[in-house]
Design a protein around this ligand. Structure first.
Ligand SMILES: Nc1ncnc2c1ncn2[C@@H]1O[C@H](COP(=O)(O)OP(=O)(O)OP(=O)(O)O)[C@@H](O)[C@H]1O
Ligand SMILES: [Mg+2]
Length: 456
């Protein structure tokens, strides 16, 4: 049995809309309707439809605006038929063009044709051996990500140690969490430890625990994080930063399945599944003598290499849309969309900080946006990231970690107040991703006038 195909009709004229709906339902299509672009965006996830049929002239924006917001093929109808607009519509990426008044046979023929073309390009899950549904919480459909989803599912069923390798911000922690959530250990909480964040002199007792009196300051016996992960998954992030002594202890845990607290002579059995991550080349660390070779082989049983975002094709646009929607929900702003320039810039940019950088750029753009559309300037990703490190996002976000609690005004104020002494207006505007004029206007609006230069 083939799955029902779903079609969204976007048409302001109720009579035409109903007629189309009735027609398509007779042919057993699932039909949903909207009378404007806004209604579409507010009520539906457009990517879930197989085809969108939209009028060109809608009350709020041309139907062709839908094309860049979704991967679903958009069929454009218009009563203002002319060769010129037909060509324009197709140039803008419409899958097909129909002139009104529309003939029933014609529309069914076009819809059938589009659906069969689509099946050849995107085979249905039942027909294809290559298709892999995404792992929950992870966006991606490029071949490399699909292969990764397949491996995540497979490895999650086992107890083997997994090494997750990938550039900063590619989703290493998310992958570790996905492995845990899909495993039989899922009912226990995964214990995450960032090896780079714990001071070297504390890491052994943090990980393995200590006996009372094991060292100065050890006033009580303490259970370590490895033991806390008993029956669960231990995620060791940045494992390349683990000091050599702690590496030796960890190796023992992995080999013997038992743990000995610092200062103790007794061992305790533990059942821990290790997922480790690093952005570094562990093999090189082994060569340099910074990582134990035996531990390297012990954890390198199964490696998942997460591709950088720049190698994931159109996934970046899908990720951007998902993150934009989520950010708008979280910051409780009206739903925004990317302008054409912004979408192009997102696709073009190399994203050296990967998904994390994309999230930060979007969050900042949402905070600064005025109106419904995010322009390229607000993303502040111009410049060649291969020659110039884009530090804007990280600088803003070091201070803006708790941006959820901040209003736009507070956010803007905080940023301006903390940077205006070190930056001139042009630099400040650039870092905020807005024009100087806009900075000046916002200063007026939020009551933070420019400081006068102190008289000498
Ligand atoms: N495929 C994806 N789909 C959706 N969100 C993603 C995806 N990959 C990463 N993210 C998001 O990007 C952010 C960074 O991911 P994560 O922290 O897992 O990366 P990381 O590789 O551990 O980064 P770092 O090296 O900076 O520690 C997170 O907010 C995560 O939810
Ligand atoms: Mg991480």
């Amino acid at each position: 049995m083939t799955a029902i195909k779903n079609i969204l009709i976007v048409e302001a004229d109720e009579i035409i809309r109903n007629a189309l709906k009735t027609l398509l339902e007779q042919y057993k299509y699932g039909v949903k309707e909207a009378n404007s672009i806004k209604a579409c965006r507010e009520n539906y996830d457009m990517d879930t439809f197989d085809i969108i049929i939209s009028d060109l002239r809608l009350p709020d924006a041309p139907g062709t605006d839908l094309i860049k917001s979704t991967r679903t093929p958009v069929l454009i109808m218009t009563s203002y038929s002319s060769i010129r607009s037909a060509i324009d519509t197709i140039k803008m990426g419409a899958a097909e063009y129909l002139a009104k008044p529309i003939n029933n046979d014609e529309i069914i023929e076009v819809v059938t044709k589009l659906l069969s073309e689509q099946e050849n390009v995107y085979p249905s899950p039942l027909e294809s051996h290559n298709h892999e549904p995404p792992v929950k919480g992870m966006v991606g459909r490029c071949p490399q990500m699909m292969e990764m989803f397949r491996r995540i599912r497979k490895v999650a069923q086992t107890n083997s140690t997994v090494l997750v390798n990938g550039e900063s911000g590619t989703g290493k922690e998310l992958v570790a969490k996905a492995i845990h959530d899909l495993s039989t250990r899922e009912s226990q909480e995964m214990i995450s430890v960032n090896c780079a964040a714990i001071p070297e002199n504390l890491i052994e007792s943090e990980l393995f625990g200590h006996e009372k009196g094991a060292f100065t300051g050890a006033t009580a016996t303490r259970t370590g994080l490895v033991e806390a992960a008993n029956k669960s998954t231990l995620f060791l992030d940045e494992i390349g930063e683990l000091p050599l002594e702690a590496q030796a202890r960890l190796l023992r845990v992995l080999q013997e399945n038992e743990i000995r607290k610092v200062g103790s002579v007794q061992s305790t059995k533990v059942d821990v599944r290790l997922v480790a991550a690093t952005h570094r080349d562990l093999k090189q660390l082994v060569i340099d003598g910074d990582f134990r070779e035996d531990l390297y082989y012990r954890i390198n049983v199964m490696t998942l290499l997460i591709p950088p975002l720049r190698e994931r094709g159109n996934d970046v646009l899908e990720l951007a849309d998902v993150k934009l929607k989520r950010t708008c929900d979280r910051l409780k702003t009206p739903l925004l969309r990317f302008g054409e320039g912004a979408s192009k810039a997102i696709a073009r940019y190399k994203w050296p900080g990967n998904v994390r950088e994309l999230e930060n750029a979007i969050e900042r753009a949402v905070v600064l946006a005025e109106g419904e559309e995010i322009g390229e300037d607000l993303l502040a990703i111009e410049g060649d990231p291969t020659t110039e490190t884009n530090t804007i996002e990280s600088e803003v976000y070091i201070e803006g970690n708790d941006v959820e609690e901040l209003s736009l005004e507070e956010y803007f104020q905080r940023f301006v107040l903390s940077h205006q002494d070190s930056l001139n207006e042009t630099q400040l505007a650039k870092k905020l991703g807005i024009s100087r004029k806009c900075l000046w206007e916002r200063r007026q609006k939020f009551g933070i006038p420019r400081k006068r230069k102190e008289a000498i």
